[in-house]
Design a protein around this ligand. Sequence first.
Ligand code: FMN
Length: 324
Amino acid sequence: MLATRLTQMLGIKYPIVQGGLQWLATAQLASAVSEAGGLGIISSLSFPDQESLRKEIRRMKEKTQKPFGVNLSMLPGLTEGDRTIEMLQVILEEKVPVVETSGRSPEPFIRELKKEGIKLIHKVPSVRFAQKAESIGADAVTVVGFECGGRPGMDDVTSLVLIPKAAESVRIPIIAGGGIADGRGFLAALALGAEGVVMGTRFVATQECPVHPRIKEWFVKARETDTTIIYRSIKNAARVLKNRAAEETLSLEQKEATLAELTAFVSDRTSREAYQKGDVDGAIIGCGQCVGLIREIKSVKEVIDDIIQDAQSVLQKLNSMRAN
Ligand SMILES: Cc1cc2nc3c(=O)[nH]c(=O)nc-3n(C[C@H](O)[C@H](O)[C@H](O)COP(=O)(O)O)c2cc1C
């Protein structure tokens, strides 16, 4: 049931990927995911320079012998400086097994990745971008629906429609994201045609996630209605926790604030500090609607084992329905 083209391609036990999570996707979280049988991913943007990323990749290699990835988020103008090329150089030198890209097309450096035998997973929020990813040679494409934490794109299409549409539109393996936090969602994604899932929000509320406990507790208490979409006005929609920072951002957007004004309001540095201090209102915090499905802070291994076990019981239940 669990061997898919994705598990075979990446050499992982379960088709579960931990997506890039800026500030949070460090070796501590990512190695726990890889050790538990999924694919852990380190976020390169969390590191200020090449040497600190290199150190983190080496820390990852010490913590696990299993496959892992590095995320390269390439959102134009939304982060402080574009460090894509610098970070890419470290990824190539360190021969990281998998790269997850997002934000813009990885076409300019796909040849270099292939030359080093690095698998490329490109993350997109729409069918047309999934087709583009396939056409430029991505090995797999992650497709995230409107309910996802992070960047759901501008089309507002939910996973239930987006995943099957993408699965019938490309031949490379699809990794489904957006709204998946348990065994039911995992199995549903496979039923819709995906060969793996990516989860972000669920992994924030884990013991290994390096965020202040107050933020994890908020994820446990929150309902599915506690997220909102910001940055629509600059055509870079982001689903985030509905907190004071998000509400103030929305009111700036209503006043037609420019990109520079918006990024100055909550800088990368302010957000990072708020994550560390547990200031739930002070940071823009990515958060998907599936936050409403999270009931406890578990270890990463418990999250993954429970997903697999629950998916198997749901499958049995479905099979027994067919028999009746
Ligand atoms: C706190 C947080 C930070 C994120 N940061 C990034 C990031 O830096 N780069 C990226 O490509 N995706 C980022 N994402 C998106 C996730 O990798 C993943 O695609 C998404 O969370 C999947 O949807 P889900 O939240 O419903 O599980 C982030 C998500 C969250 C919740």
